[in-house]
Design a protein around this ligand. Sequence first.
Ligand code: ZN
Length: 277
Amino acid sequence: MSRITSRKIGDYKITIMNDGGTEFGFDLFPETEEEEIRSLLGNPEQSVLPTRFNVCLIETGKENILVDAGVGSEVFGPAAGHLPEAFEETGIKPEQINKFVISHLHPDHICGSWDNEGNPVFENAEVILTEEEYNFWTNDSNFDSADESLISWRPLAMDFVRIYGDRISTVGTTSDISSGVSFHDLTGHTPGHCGIRIESEGEQFLYTSDLLVIQDILLQIPEVSFALDVDREKAAKTRLACLDMLATDKILFSGGHIRGPRICNVVSSGSGYQLEG
Ligand SMILES: [Zn+2]
């Protein structure tokens, strides 16, 4: 089974690479009845929420840009950590990555970027993330009364900051990363969480990272309170606005947790949305 899917966006080649997956519990939706979750899943027997961990590779012809690095096999178990196999399928080697862009510092986006000895996998890359994200995770006072998941994940974010050290550059939430490649502000999931927008020859693509961590639920009720969003109210507003934009402007998209790997469109469906294409 292939772990990648590719598509041309203008002159650029986009590849979504799958690192593996895991299952979460219904407690990710603390304000939603279990019965409603099962009904949205369309399966009265289901008691888990399956998700996938993806990474996005952008080949511009001049640069190889990697967005996120998957989770590795430690944090969410051995069903993940398959990014090296996905890389083999692309024909690009990790040392050929010129820019390593981080959507946010949650473990499922960074832990695949160092080996068992703590050495960086993307040894020749400049690392780019938003200033908001960097400042959030490196400031002790943000963790005095934070959720348990944030407190337990912080050491991994700090490992990342230490391992990549002075190769990290911080920029704004709408800054350019390369010609035709820029951050797209999707803050709320974390304070500096961003998607990546690609525009080439009149074509557009948006990598939405963690806009839809559990696609089965969040597409249907994007306004719902989702436990892994740091600012739940803001994240819900961001999700609604982004899904509306993707559907209205018919922008091709993929994300950090979309099953497939898949590059597709979002279309309205009832009071929510569904994937198409
Ligand atoms: Zn994620």
